[in-house]
Design a protein around this ligand. Sequence first.
Ligand SMILES: [Zn+2]
Length: 118
Amino acid sequence: MKVKEKHVITPIPQCYYCGQDKDRRSRGKKINVARAILDHSPCKDCAEMMETGVLLIEVSKGSTAEVPIWKNQQVAVTAEFVEDAFDTKVAKKILDVKFAFIDGDGWDLLGLPREGDE
Ligand SMILES: [Zn+2]
């Protein structure tokens, strides 16, 4: 299939992990072009969280590793937290990749904070 030239767009890259625009300047702005996940490299915020710990991201039910449905909640936890919270196999997997998508029930079970919480 050929794309008509007038339909060629330059999408704004989104972060695979948190869903935010990788370029902070366009975050939250309504923009008349597409946003797209172009790769699995983290935005600066997520990269910083992965450097200091393991990034946990809350997603909606129905999310998959390929198609996360973000809920704008994320937190960096320690390796010890991951080892305590998950069974050994899962913990090892999470520690390898330094992140995990967690649904809301799991988020509550783990007692993870949400933005706006005290
Ligand atoms: Zn991010």
